[in-house]
Ligand binder design. Structure first.
Ligand SMILES: NC(=O)c1ccc[n+]([C@@H]2O[C@H](COP(=O)([O-])OP(=O)(O)OC[C@H]3O[C@@H](n4cnc5c(N)ncnc54)[C@H](OP(=O)(O)O)[C@@H]3O)[C@@H](O)[C@H]2O)c1
Length: 336
């Protein structure tokens, strides 16, 4: 990458990690940053991401303010998971004719649940000569793009299973809270009821993207209820202690049904104390393919990389809304 001017939109946990990575990377420059959090607006980016040297980039409250007197080639957007929430934010960027790479989970395959918004976004992007991509590690790569890529060697496919097992004890505290670690099963189910625990967002979008790429017409896509993974013995991370019988994390599956068969199964498990961490893809067909990455790819590191490595693909793509299956083969973007 050379002389790429990047603006950040959303400087939370992921936006901050992306900013730190970009500051070390050659060929890119952060020219501005937007966030709505009152305790961030007006501060220097360095204070938010925790770097010592002042960066001279003030957090602005909106895109117009952040772009005043500056130009950006692309915006890295990392605020929330659902397209109905992120649509106005992304629209406000593309109205400036600027490309967007977003971590918004629903945007990775918006045609499943938000077809109208996807079409509107595509039309708006074309009108303003901008390109939009939703991606990330999952959804965006491990349980969809990588699966799709492996199907390239198959003549026939009967069934696809992708499993991701993570030891949540090695992850950030907010992630451990998000999966309910440390709660009793009663508290866990209450938080599922009131929406405080949502489970993993994006599994059904991954199923839909795989099916679309290989030309399968699925009868339906279902997501199983989020299940607690109960600790068989006490387990602790740096932040949370889980007693035997309490919740160590969660498990969730998405199923793509073809005919009366489960043709695509995505199985996501994140809990403290997982003995084996892996990303596995099993394709039953001609030929069958079995692939296992051990340990599993680190979620945060992989998210930052997938987002930043997508920048050249998005810069070279025509105007419109794209998904990972529409762009050239993903790769790292190394300096040398
Ligand atoms: N696809 C993937 O693989 C992947 C991987 C990681 C994360 N994600 C998703 O990426 C998103 C960001 O993750 P995160 O962990 O960084 O979340 P986070 O820590 O909550 O940070 C989000 C930041 O964006 C700000 N924000 C929210 N709405 C905004 C708006 N309308 N305008 C400007 N700023 C806004 C938030 O401000 P407030 O705090 O005031 O709300 C917060 O500062 C989440 O939806 C997450 O699920 C996806």
């Amino acid at each position: 990458m050379r002389n790429v001017r990047i603006m950040l939109y959303g400087v939370g946990a992921v936006g901050s990690l992306i900013a730190k990575f970009l500051l070390e990377k050659e060929g890119v420059e952060i020219i501005g940053a937007v966030d709505k959090a009152k305790d961030k607006i007006g501060k220097d980016l360095s204070e938010i991401i925790g770097t010592k040297k002042k960066l001279g980039i003030t957090i602005s409250k909106n895109v117009d303010e952040a772009l005043s007197g500056r130009k950006a080639d692309i915006v890295i957007h990392a605020t929330s998971s659902f397209l109905k929430d992120t649509y106005p934010q992304i629209a406000s960027i593309i109205e400036h004719g600027i490309r967007v790479v977003s971590t918004c989970e629903e945007l990775t395959y918006p045609y499943l649940k938000e077809t109208k918004l996807a079409e509107k976004l595509d039309a708006l992007a074309k009108k303003h000569n901008a390109t939009v991509l939703g991606t990330g590690i999952n959804p965006g790569f491990l349980m969809d793009t990588l699966v799709i890529t492996l199907t390239a060697v198959c003549q026939k496919i009967d069934k696809i299973t992708a499993t991701r097992v993570m030891d949540a004890g090695k992850r950030r505290q907010p992630f451990q809270k998000k999966i309910g670690a440390g709660l009793t099963t009663k508290e866990f189910h209450a938080k599922i009821e009131n929406g405080e625990i949502t489970g993993h967002v994006g599994l059904e979008q991954s199923v839909a993207m795989i099916a679309s790429a290989i030309g399968w017409k699925l009868g339906k896509i279902t997501v199983t209820p989020v299940e607690p993974v109960v600790a068989k013995k006490a387990v602790a991370s740096d932040y949370i202690k889980v007693k035997t019988g309490d919740v160590a994390g969660l498990r969730q599956k998405a199923l793509g049904i073809k005919g009366n068969k489960e043709a695509i199964i995505l199985d996501f498990q994140a809990y403290l104390g997982a003995k084996e961490e892996y990303d596995a893809i099993k394709i039953e067909g001609v030929p069958s393919v079995n692939q296992k990455i051990q340990p599993c790819v680190h979620g945060d590191v992989g998210t930052v990389a997938t987002i930043v490595n997508s920048i050249p693909k998005v810069l070279q793509a025509p105007a419109g809304l794209f998904t990972m299956k529409d762009l050239p083969v993903p790769s790292a973007t190394l300096e040398s």
